[in-house]
Design a protein around this ligand. Structure first.
Ligand SMILES: C[S@@+](CC[C@H](N)C(=O)[O-])C[C@H]1O[C@@H](n2cnc3c(N)ncnc32)[C@H](O)[C@@H]1O
Length: 488
């Protein structure tokens, strides 16, 4: 715990760090130099961008907030910009708070990016970054709200999956920012208390590479997945323990090797290491809002691409009923098995295991009217977008990366779609990560409020998706030199 509780002072300042400004005037900075900077806007990745006073060189600064005057230590240089960490806060922003976690500081754990900002400020920063990415990459000018999820009062204790890295001595910790170095931690404050009580930290894991803890808050179930070749297995408070070595198989040490997650009023089997939303309220919220956005009707044909354990396919299956169909596509074999198990009550659902682009290339999509896209961070493969054409009437695109979302929205807009709803969710408090749900309708559709049932229209209004008129409002197309395309 920091001794200095003044919320307006940063971690470096709170520790009394006084660093001389060592960068020579009007020269390119070197790693280790300390620069005095006025901090500009937040950008994707948990940075704020700044310009060196004398050279004008771009400096991406962590642990800072827009509008602050800071001293920042340069950590890395590229040909075009520098990266730095704010080690002393000379003029603090009104949104600055003392980070609750002692590891969230310059040189500390790289997991949290915005612990030094109040939660409302974190959400405003995330909304600004989404807006900026859509403007710069997609040429779309729109505002977006990032909403808190249920249970997010202090932004702590929410994370239901934590992957601890193991150092050469066998200590479990978390990685430094942009580094393979591991910071030993006794506990992670954003982790759910069940993760902490599993007892992974503070134990020796020689030979292991990582130890991932996943938990189910509703039932208290805990799973531990160890990768590498652990020399022994410390005692952990877990229902399931599994080892994934270098080969394809896994050794089950205890329990069933999967968790039973609960969302949308049902149980979902998810293998250890399989994808499930990590905020306890996210799966329920997204299932509800995807349904409201698509407004499925009995007899419709739906596609759930990147389906994981089948959450969206399941809620769609119930809505379209036996007169409709759902095709769910998933590349990972274990996830596809989970999806088949989870969706077995609805024979009108088919799960196809394979790469989304390859599966869709060999599938007749005529008649498909509803699509869910929930890709990994890399976004939707272009052949998937091309395969969809403009046959469906609506797409719900769930994204955990505003940059790839923006790239894909540009492709979809160019391909005849319009953006009719966009919403952000603070599904990862304290970090720069944010979840988005974008709704698209075929451009020929009469209005964004095309729901055919009064109940569906009501649900759309209630969920904040009533965005009439459409927000396909292209700005001039960004050039390839646009800084929004820079990958940090
Ligand atoms: C963000 S998760 C979404 C899972 C699910 N929709 C949910 O909400 O639980 C993305 C899923 O896409 C799968 N995936 C990644 N690349 C894929 C590809 N090229 N083709 C098909 N599935 C892929 C991953 O295995 C993962 O299950």
């Amino acid at each position: 715990m920091l001794a200095d509780r003044d919320p307006r002072r940063g971690a470096g300042a709170a520790q009394g760090t006084m660093v001389p400004v060592t960068a020579p005037a009007a020269s390119a900075p070197q790693a280790g130099d300390v620069l005095e900077l006025t901090v500009g806007e937040a950008v994707h990745g948990g940075w704020c961008v700044s310009r060196q006073d004398d050279t004008g060189q771009a400096v991406f600064v962590r642990h800072a907030l827009p509008g602050e005057r800071v001293r920042a230590t340069v950590t890395q240089l590229t040909a075009r910009f520098a990266r730095a960490e704010a080690t002393e806060i000379l003029q603090a922003a009104a949104d600055r708070v003392v980070p609750p976690c002692r590891y969230a500081r310059p040189g500390g754990c790289g997991g949290c990016d915005w612990q030094h900002a109040s939660l409302p400020a974190q959400r405003r920063l995330k909304a600004a970054v989404i807006r900026q990415q859509l403007q710069r990459i997609a040429g779309i000018d729109t505002t977006v709200v990032v909403a808190a999820l249920d249970g997010g009062d202090d932004g702590l204790g929410w994370r239901t999956v934590v992957s601890f890295a193991v150092d050469q001595r066998g200590a479990a910790g978390l990685r430094r920012h942009r580094s393979h170095e591991i910071v030993p931690v006794d506990r992670c404050l954003i982790a759910h208390e069940l993760v902490t009580s599993a007892g992974v930290t503070g134990q020796a894991w020689p030979g292991a590479q990582s130890v991932e803890v996943s938990v189910v808050p509703q039932t208290g179930e805990v799973g531990v997945l160890v990768t590498g070749r652990p020399a022994g297995m410390p005692e952990v408070a877990a229902d399931s323990v599994q080892i994934a070595g270098s080969g394809p198989g896994r050794s089950l040490m205890r329990g069933r090797g999967h968790l039973t997650q609960r969302a949308a009023g049902r149980d979902w089997r998810v293998n250890l290491g399989g994808f499930w939303q990590v905020h306890p309220a996210a799966a329920d919220t997204l299932a509800r809002d995807v349904l409201a956005a698509l407004d499925p009707q009995p007899g419709e044909h739906a596609l759930d691409v990147y389906c994981g354990a089948g959450l969206f396919a399941g809620v769609l299956a119930q809505a379209v009923g036996p007169a409709g169909t759902v095709l769910a596509v998933e590349r990972d074999a274990a996830a596809a098995r989970d999806a088949r198990h989870n969706l077995r009550d609805w024979p009108w659902v088919r799960v196809r295991r394979g790469d989304a682009a390859a599966v869709l290339a060999g599938t007749d999509l005529r008649g498909v009217s509803l699509v869910v896209l929930d890709p990994p961070r890399a976004g939707v493969a272009r052949p998937v977008i091309d395969a969809l054409g403009t046959g469906p009437r609506r797409i719900a695109y769930v994204s955990c990366d505003p940059a790839t979302l923006a790239r894909d929205l540009r492709l979809l807009l160019d391909g005849g779609w319009e953006l009719t709803g966009l919403r952000g969710y603070d599904a990862f408090p304290m970090t720069h990560h944010v979840e988005c749900l974008a709704t698209l309708s075929r451009r020929a559709s009469a209005s964004a409020m095309t729901s055919r049932s009064p109940a569906g229209r009501e649900a759309l209004r209630g969920s904040g998706f009533a965005m009439d008129p459409p927000i396909a409002n292209p700005l001039p197309r960004p050039s390839s030199a646009d800084p929004g395309r820079r990958s940090l």
